[in-house]
Design a protein around this ligand. Sequence first.
Ligand code: SF4
Ligand code: SF4
Ligand code: F3S
Length: 361
Amino acid sequence: MPEDHRMPDHTETLGAALVRHGIGRRDLLRFALAMTASLALPPGIAPVMAENLARAKRRSVIWLSIQDCTGCLEALLQSSSPTLESIIFDFISLDYQETLMAAAGSTADRMLWDAVAANKGEYLLAIDGSIPVKDGGVYALTGGRSTVGIVEALAADAKAVLAIGTCAAYGGIPKAYPNPTGAVGVEDLISGTPIVNIPGCPPMPDVLSGILVYFISFGRLPALDERKRPLAYYGTTIHDRCYRRSFYDRGQFAQSFDDDGARQGWCLFELGCKGPITHNACASLKWGGGTSFPIESGHGCLGCAEPNFWDAGSFYTSLAGGSPTGWQNASMAAAVGLAGGAAAALLARDKADPDPEETPP
Ligand code: SF4
Ligand code: SF4
Ligand code: F3S
């Protein structure tokens, strides 16, 4: 029996598709207002975004999962603004995603290459997981081909590549010592096609939604920083937006996860929080539809969105290093560029009690 893998219809406008789903212009404007806020754009742009979205066609997205744990996709399925489900049905045409698609084997393989041929130069290539390049890339094969070659071929014909998660952006956990497969991030392999890094282990679902909606609305990528991360979401650190920041500035640091300070919401810096050097939107967008984020749940940030996560590790060692009351706290705090408040507080405390070995009360 011939296999049926017809390509999806990319000619319908989003406006028409949304009307079909009972979503009117006012809803679309409300949605655009929420997205402009998420993307840190002036609210005046919302009507333009709504108009552009209504006129836009669904954009083909081809999604490869390589050395991944499925955590990125799991997290993205929990997106709340809009849900990935609605993105898939309304905003993009997800033409290939091995985990979500029903097809398998040679049918899936043919769908991949048909989608590439039909959308050459126009599709977005999404990648989660790192790419193993050691030994000719034998550690990840799809349809008998090395994923190194597949990524290179697909990236060459893509409009842009979205490196989703810390593994795809920087190599992540598969790259951790001793990195037996020679895992690398997308930017270590690909040049010549624009790349957007969306780090996080997993990344924030609302960040991917924002990038997709921006791209569909304006036909270009949002402003990126020097690490190819969207500035709107990675332009500040967790520390910059953390609700415990006033405790940090006053030098009030929990010394254990169950002491009185921790119960009162004091800063988790001395318990190893990496918020001061981690760029991500957790403290502002939060997870679970704005419910909470790791620090609000009582645990310091692990730095999961930064390069060298996991090897940088030392999850419970303060960024200030060593003894929690040592002199090195203040000098190290200054070295990692912490705001003056905590460094000054540590310095004042250390001056009052210069014995680096003393146990805090
Ligand atoms: Fe899994 Fe984290 Fe890698 Fe995503 S970034 S594939 S959640 S290990
Ligand atoms: Fe929040 Fe961590 Fe900064 Fe303390 S060190 S204010 S807990 S981000
Ligand atoms: Fe990761 Fe830190 Fe956010 S550990 S989930 S970047 S608070």
